[in-house]
Unconditional design. Structure first.
Length: 272
């Protein structure tokens, strides 16, 4: 199980790393489309308050992960309760996170299965997007947040909050400010609006995929650390038991030798 956790960490870390170049490509394409549409001014001129909020929380199914789920739920509950808009929809990934969400002051969550490989992440992301669309969480007046654990230095992990929607003016300004890597400025073939819609879908897919992969890598890192601590505790207990056994055995040998010496001295004194 320890070897399986270590190998799983590597594949999920590679999945996250592989997204970097693709993310850069999508961002550059979005930058071109936004320049053509000049939608920054329109969105910045008419900001709208959020009317509802949806949340996706990535947890775990299996145990041996320490406070992996508890610490993330505490972070998510604190962040959500501090926001002015009430949370209306919650999706949790993993049965253990569902139990924690049900016991908190949050709406009853919908549960999604944990992917057990990199290939299973994409179907999960597609299911999340479909559920978000079915629930009516779309448009400019909706906030959607992602909560997941991500790895830190060594085998540690920490909670992370990502704002999935809305795509506000600040997000667009950052993309428009990106410089094209070559001297030739690209052009959008066909409908710029259709291309922008497809690219935004890819952008959202990347964010959800990244959050899921980071959560799975953190989960296996936490499980690996827990098993390493268990091995150290077992080794320490075995060492203590072995030391106690040798002490008791030595005491028994000493008592037997004392009895033999005492008997010999009694016999020799009687003979004299």
């Amino acid at each position: 199980m320890k070897a399986l956790a270590a190998s799983s960490i590597a594949q999920y870390e590679c999945a996250v790393e592989s997204l970097h170049e693709y993310t850069r490509t999508v961002e550059l394409a979005l930058s071109v489309c936004l320049r053509d549409l000049a939608s920054i001014e329109r969105l910045a001129a008419s900001p709208q308050p959020s009317a509802s909020r949806g949340v996706v929380i990535f947890g775990s199914d299996q145990g041996l992960v320490g406070r992996f789920n508890e610490s993330l739920m505490e972070f998510a509950a604190g962040a959500l309760l501090a926001m002015p808009v009430k949370t209306t929809h919650i999706w949790v990934v993993g049965e253990r996170m569902r139990e924690l969400a049900a016991s908190s002051n949050l709406p009853l969550p919908a549960t999604l299965p944990i992917p057990h490989s990199v290939d299973a992440i994409s179907p999960l992301v597609s299911q999340i997007v479909i559920d978000l669309a079915k629930s009516g969480l779309h448009g400019e007046t909706v906030e959607i947040f992602l909560f997941n654990n991500q790895q830190t230095r060594g085998t540690g992990y920490g909670p992370r909050l990502t704002r999935l929607l809305p795509l506000d003016a600040l997000w667009q300004r950052d993309l428009v400010a990106l410089s094209w890597p070559s001297k030739v400025i690209p052009q959008v073939l066909g409908s710029t609006a259709s291309a922008l819609k497809a690219l935004i879908g890819e952008h959202l897919f990347i964010l959800i995929f990244q959050a899921c992969a980071q959560s799975l890598a953190s989960e296996n890192a936490s499980r690996l650390a827990a098993m390493q601590r268990a091995e150290e505790n077992i080794a320490k207990i075995l060492e203590d038991l072995s030391r106690t056994f040798h002490r008791i055995r030595q005491q028994s040998i000493d008592e037997e030798l004392f009895d033999v010496v005492s008997g010999y001295e009694s016999l020799t004194q009687g003979a004299r």
